[in-house]
Design a protein around this ligand. Sequence first.
Ligand code: ADP
Ligand code: MG
Length: 286
Amino acid sequence: MPVVDVDGLTFTYASGTAPAVRDLCFSIDRGEIFGFLGPNGAGKSTTQKLLIGLLRGYLGTVSILGRDLADCEADYYERIGVSFELPNHYLRLTGLENLSYFRALYRGETRQPEALLEMVGLGDDGERLVAEYSKGMKTRLGVARALLNDPQLIFLDEPTVGLDPVSRRRIRDLIREMKEVGRTVFLTTHDMTVADELCDRVAFIVNGEIQVVQSPHDLKLAHGARTVVMEYDLDGRPGRREFPLDGLGADADFLSLLREAAVHTLHSQETTLEDVFLRVTGHGLR
Ligand code: ADP
Ligand code: MG
């Protein structure tokens, strides 16, 4: 049984004329990292807010951890962890005080705030006021908070946005570790590199609609234009040509250039998930 099962999810904000998300269908298995990818305004955060019960009044059916979302009560929050795109911490409390406060709201077992701060790279900042934290530090504190109750299912909304490369890698590794211990992760992002490295499957969402759900690997195989680019001099004239990687060994033009030209550079061009996104949806990510 999937951990998350969404069928025909449609939602319109009270102030909106058109649905912010429309007819979403997907399911997420236990232990899966599921990426929700799309440009700003695509409906990613709306979807997360629906799945965590923050927005109500949707159409369609949503079943999470074996129960219909419509029937979920307060104990749902004992079993999930959530980090928000714009973290809502108490600015006049320290990082440690924030975690201790939220920790006390749980009835079940919880993890040590000190250890969680260490895990997100805030081990030395626990005693500082959150008002003094940078945006990236607040995001990381949000991720730590999401893990307080050691949840089965974790929702992370843009957990790597605005992070420096070291912090970004740390959050990436942390998400990977969660998967290794059997947790399920719903990861919202427009960071294609992180999505490519982490996600078992990704959904491409544009204008509130899912265009495709597949593994990054299969997407790149299906939509990738793998080529090799050669720069050379032939008879004293510089040239540049691109050849398909497939069938390269039998490509007469390529082989004759190899033999006869002075080759300066030879580079294979792998497809990125970002290229595939553009090709499949016709939209850029920014
Ligand atoms: P994303 O997280 O993918 O950037 P959002 O889910 O935040 O996108 O937004 C999806 C759409 O819903 C956008 O058109 C946005 O303007 C609209 N929207 C988001 N929040 C609200 C709100 N509280 N009220 C009305 N419209 C909203
Ligand atoms: Mg968002």
